[in-house]
Design a protein around this ligand. Structure first.
Ligand SMILES: Cc1cc2nc3c(=O)[nH]c(=O)nc-3n(C[C@H](O)[C@H](O)[C@H](O)COP(=O)(O)OP(=O)(O)OC[C@H]3O[C@@H](n4cnc5c(N)ncnc54)[C@H](O)[C@@H]3O)c2cc1C
Length: 410
C-alpha cells in the first residue's frame, strides 16, 4: 500500500465491496478496497475449464429484469443467456414422472401460501408449515436448502416472506464472478490484505490489516456475517449489537460440483434431475448448462455440511450414487469431476448465503444500521428483500457509498 491515509476504506471485495468501491471511485472519493483473498469477487467466483466459465459461487442473475448486474455485464460486453431456468420447466421424468411433478408443484405452492399466511402472525420456523405426512415434504425440504442453504427448522417465516423475486433468472455466459471482478477494474485496491481490527474510538478510524495500519474518515464493512459473528474483526469500542445481529443471520450452505459428461447429446440442454424425491438429503443435477458437456450438481443444507465434513471426494461419491440410481450403473463411467468449492470450509466465507433464524428477521436492519455515520455495513445479509443474492449485495454496497457521498456533501 503506497499510502495509509484514505477518506473511505471498504473492507471486503465481494459484490457489495466492489460495488461500493466503484461508486465511490467514480464519484471522486479517495478510497481503498481491502480484500483478504488474492482475488476480488468473494462468493462470486468464476473459473475457466476448457473455455467454459464455471461459477463456483453465484451463477443466476435472480430478479434479472431489475438486477443491476445485467446492465453492468452488458456494458462489459458480456453475453446474457435468457434461457428459462431449469426449475421453471418440468424436470426429466427419470425417477419423477410428470404426474408426480405436478403433484409436487402443487404441494410446494401450498407450502409457500401457508408461509405467506403465517407471516402475518408471530414469527416461527418454516418447518412448522409442512403438512404432516405429506409425501412431498422431503423434496420441499431439499429445494428449500437450495434456496436458503438452511433446513426449514432454522428458517424464519418472516424472513422467507420478506424475500422478493421477479422469477426472471438469467446468466452471464462469461460468468457472474467475472462480471463482479471486472466491475472492480481500476479501483484502488489491496489484495491479500485481511483486516484484523477497526478502532473507531478516535477522530479517524484506524484499520489494522495484515499489511499495516490504515486511517480513514469512514469505513464500509462488507465481510460475511459469519465472520462478524465469530468476532474475526475486533472493533474498539466493541459492537455487541452487530455480533448479535450477525448471529441471527447465519450463512447456510450450498455447494456446487461440476462434472464433465460423455455423450451429452442424450440430454436436452439445461434440463434437470432430482437425485431422489423422497428425502431432503438429495442433490439437484443441471444437465448440459449452456449446452456444455457438463453436469452442475447442487447440494444444500445439512446434506452439504455432512459431505463437507467427510471431505470433497464424498460429493462425487454422493452424486454418482444418485445418478446411477436414476440412469443405470454404467452412467458412472460417463462423468468425471472437474471442479468444486467447499464454501463452509472457506475461511473468508464460512458458508454460502444468509437466512434469518426464527424470530430474528429484524437482524437484517440491525446489521445494516450505520454506527455514528462513520462505520457502515453492507453485504447480502444487510439487504431487506434481496438478501442471499449478488444483486442484493450490490444494492447495499451502493447504498452505503451513497450515504457517504451525501454526508460529505458532493
Ligand atoms: C454455491 C453458491 C451459489 C450461489 N448462487 C447464487 C445465485 O445463483 N445468484 C445469486 O444472486 N447469488 C448466489 N449466491 C450468493 C452470492 O454469491 C452472495 O450473496 C454474494 O456474492 C455475496 O456478496 P457479498 O459482497 O455480500 O459477500 P462476499 O462475496 O462474501 O464478499 C465479502 C468479501 O470479504 C472478504 N473478507 C472476509 N474477511 C475479510 C477480512 N477480515 N478482511 C478483508 N476482507 C475480508 C472475503 O474474502 C470476500 O471477498 C451463491 C453463493 C454460493 C456460495
Amino acid at each position: 500500500m503506497a499510502t495509509s491515509e484514505y477518506e473511505v476504506v471498504i473492507v471486503g471485495g465481494g459484490a457489495a465491496g466492489v460495488a461500493a468501491a466503484r461508486h465511490l471511485h467514480d464519484a471522486g472519493v479517495p478510497s481503498l478496497l481491502v480484500e483478504a483473498r488474492g482475488r476480488l469477487g468473494g462468493r462470486a467466483w468464476t473459473i475457466q475449464h476448457n473455455d467454459h466459465a464455471l461459477d463456483l459461487g453465484c451463477g443466476w442473475l435472480h430478479s434479472a429484469d431489475r438486477n443491476p448486474w445485467v446492465a453492468i455485464a452488458e456494458r462489459q460486453g458480456h453475453a446474457i443467456d435468457r434461457t428459462p431456468a431449469p426449475w421453471s420447466r418440468p424436470s426429466l421424468p427419470n425417477g419423477f414422472p410428470l404426474g408426480e411433478q405436478n403433484e409436487f408443484r402443487g404441494a410446494m405452492s401450498a407450502f409457500f401460501e401457508r408461509v405467506s399466511t403465517a407471516a402475518a402472525g408471530p414469527d416461527r420456523a418454516a418447518a412448522e408449515l409442512l403438512e404432516p405426512g405429506c409425501r412431498w415434504n422431503g423434496l420441499i425440504r431439499a429445494v428449500n436448502t437450495y434456496i436458503s442453504g438452511a433446513e426449514l427448522e432454522d428458517i424464519s417465516v418472516h424472513d422467507l416472506e420478506n424475500y422478493t423475486d421477479t422469477d426472471a433468472n438469467w446468466r452471464v455466459v462469461e460468468g457472474y464472478g467475472t462480471t463482479v471482478v471486472t466491475h472492480g477494474a481500476g479501483v484502488p485496491l489491496a489484495l491479500d490484505c485481511p483486516v484484523n481490527s477497526i478502532d473507531h474510538s478516535g477522530t479517524r478510524l484506524k484499520i489494522k490489516t495484515g499489511q499495516g495500519t490504515l486511517a480513514a474518515d469512514r469505513v464500509i464493512v462488507t465481510v460475511p456475517g459469519t465472520l462478524l459473528a465469530e468476532d474475526t474483526i475486533a472493533f474498539t469500542p466493541a459492537l455487541p449489537e452487530k455480533i448479535e445481529a450477525a448471529r441471527g443471520l447465519p450463512l447456510g450452505l450450498a455447494d456446487k460440483l461440476f462434472l464433465s459428461l460423455d455423450r451429452p447429446e442424450e440430454f436436452e440442454p439445461g434440463s434437470r434431475l432430482f437425485g431422489r424425491t423422497d428425502r431432503g438429503a438429495t442433490a439437484t443435477y443441471h444437465l448440459c448448462p449452456f449446452g456444455r458437456p457438463m453436469i452442475e450438481v447442487y447440494v444444500g443444507g445439512d446434506n452439504a455440511r455432512a459431505l463437507e465434513a467427510e471431505g470433497e471426494t464424498s460429493f462425487l461419491a454422493f452424486a454418482v450414487a444418485e445418478l446411477t440410481g436414476l440412469l443405470g450403473s454404467s452412467f458412472a463411467k460417463r462423468v468425471t469431476p472437474v471442479a468444486m468449492h467447499a464454501w463452509g470450509a472457506d475461511p473468508f466465507a464460512r458458508g454460502s448465503y444468509s437466512s434469518a433464524l426464527p424470530g430474528q428477521a429484524g437482524c437484517r436492519a440491525r446489521l445494516a444500521a450505520p454506527v455514528d455515520d462513520r462505520l457502515f455495513f453492507a453485504g447480502e445479509a444487510c439487504s431487506p428483500h434481496d438478501f442471499s443474492t449478488a444483486h442484493g449485495a450490490l444494492l447495499t454496497g451502493v447504498a452505503a457509498a451513497d450515504a457517504i457521498i451525501a454526508a460529505r456533501g458532493i
